[in-house]
Design a binder for this molecule. Structure first.
Ligand code: MG
Length: 260
């Protein structure tokens, strides 16, 4: 099932996406009562998807990312594949939904796109054993781990480089029934393909990541894990439209504007 979060006429809700394909024109949202992580009830009240503004499809506490999880991407930036996974945090203030604008910040002159599969956590968990990982996952969505590459090079910690406002587009919705092990993911800029990869090329699997992260910290419902990007990262400019598409999920689209 596809679960979106949206606003309409000043009200915010989650909704189950009904209809075929991912063209908003043919899709309808059945409004969910409350927050869907621990199971949910549909209200039966429906709104056309074309009438709403999509929001990031989570209410969470934190976003974690994995650095250098595709060998070809580590290589293109001149980095070795790390022996221990590199884990970083993005603040929830970085989240935007599909259709929202990425605001190019003044402190950077080299903002890059990074197409990534995102895992959404469905229940509070810590020290998750490998065989229980599937029980803590709510679903999967598309992410763009937007990165100020110049700041990432200049600063040891990536809080500014990967944490600036609007640096975490997420959406368009969460797909709850999906095997993440071999999905095609791609990124286009102004319709031109820039990244094309498969999740089967990830060095650490989704299971590996959740075991590794929850050795250290509690994950809460709505928390997000970004699983790394394949080769082909590159710059964005003001005016660009960047789209991340993942097989079985849909397309996350964002325009780049100058921060006002
Ligand atoms: Mg990344």
């Amino acid at each position: 099932m596809r679960i979106a979060r949206f606003s309409i006429d000043g009200n915010v809700a989650f909704g189950a996406v009904e209809g075929e394909g991912s063209d908003p024109a043919g899709l309808v949202l059945d409004i969910i009562k409350g927050i869907p992580y621990a199971g949910f009830e549909l209200s039966g009240t429906k709104v056309p998807l074309s009438k709403v503004r999509l929001l990031p499809p989570v209410i969470g506490n934190k976003i974690l990312g994995l650095g250098r999880n595709y060998a070809d991407h580590a290589k293109e930036l001149g980095n070795a594949v790390p022996e221990v996974p590199v884990v970083f945090l993005k603040p929830t203030t970085a989240l935007i939904g599909s259709g929202d604008a990425i605001e190019y910040p003044a402190f950077s002159h080299e903002v890059h796109y990074e197409a990534e599969l995102a895992v959404v956590i469905g229940r509070m968990c810590r020290e998750v054993p490998r065989e229980r990982v599937k029980d803590v996952i709510f679903g999967y969505t598309c992410a763009n781990d937007v990165t100020a590459r110049d700041a990432q090079r200049a600063e040891n910690q990536w809080a500014r480089a990967k944490g600036f406002d609007t640096s975490c587009p997420l959406g368009p919705w969460v797909e709850t029934d999906l095997d993440p092990s071999d999905l095609i993911l791609q990124c286009t800029v102004n319709g031109e393909q820039r990244q094309l990869g498969r999740t089967s090329d990830m060095i650490r699997s989704v299971e590996d990541m959740i075991v590794h992260i929850t050795e250290a910290m509690t994950l809460l419902p709505g928390d997000v894990i970004l699983t790394g990007t394949p080769a082909g990262v590159g710059p964005l400019s003001v005016g660009d439209e960047v789209a991340v598409t993942i097989e079985g999920i849909g397309t996350l689209t964002n325009k780049v504007i100058k921060r006002g």
